[in-house]
Design a protein around this ligand. Sequence first.
Ligand code: DX5
Ligand code: ZN
Length: 211
Amino acid sequence: MIVSPSILSADFSKLGEEIRAVVKAGADWIHIDVMDGHFVPNITIGPCVVKSIRRYASIPFDVHLMISEPEKHFMEFVKAGADYITVHAEASHSLWRLLEEIGEHCKAGVAVNPATPLSSVEHLMDKLDILLIMTVEPGFGGQKFIEEMLGKIEEAKKMIDGRDIYLAVDGGVNAENIKHLRERGVDVVVAGSYIFKSERYEEAIQKLKEG
Ligand code: DX5
Ligand code: ZN
């Protein structure tokens, strides 16, 4: 299991140190939640922050764009040092072209909100490096995992059908529900509050890795 701690729940006043701490604790990727106050109600960080924290870790930066018109902005995140860029199926009217463009510069992912059917992305499968299933409504850390998404995760695994695509899950992941994700063949888990609100990052990350 690839564990991608979401820095949304980190202490922003010492972001660099927090990143070093999760890297030391065994994080595989760093998940960066970009929110614009439009696609989602919250506003978080932009490319200048991504650029400034890049030097704190050499592991992949997994940038999750929860923004409207991602086609206008993704390139700034490429330049800031993103290794993976995931955009929302609901945020773009030209996903096909957008994923092609992202794929020319880094790894490309698509995310689907809880109410968005997988059929909206099934024709894009050959363009993807990541298929990200949202198990909360995007916008905030610390929300409860939506159990009903387990069926969708199974469906997503079938849709990937052996392709070289990571099946990723984001939202409310913790030591209790991790076993359900492992059983369903999830490759990547994003976890924010479970890791950053724990006393010992290493123990929390290890629990997710082992299921
Ligand atoms: C939600 C974000 C998630 C969030 C996860 O909009 O995309 O990455 O930070 O946080 P937890 O693990 O606390 O649900
Ligand atoms: Zn996220």
